[in-house]
Write a new protein. Sequence first.
Length: 85
Amino acid sequence: MSGRPAGPWRLAAGIGLGVGVALGAVMMAIAWDHNPQGAIHDGGRVSWGPWLAIGASWGLPAALGAGALAGLVLRGWPGSRRRGP
């Protein structure tokens, strides 16, 4: 580390990652409990592909959206800075 403070993008990325992982995990838990016609798990067999796809399809967009929104908030909305005296 260079001793330089991290920019707001690291905090925004951390916030986005946290939101994405949390939402993906919640949706995977809902899919596990709902489990229509044994699509996610059936007895001792787990269908990892569809189950992970559910988590990723909710987690990735949430992470990107939350990270972008956090980046804007941490940096300040575009055009929100005062100009002149």
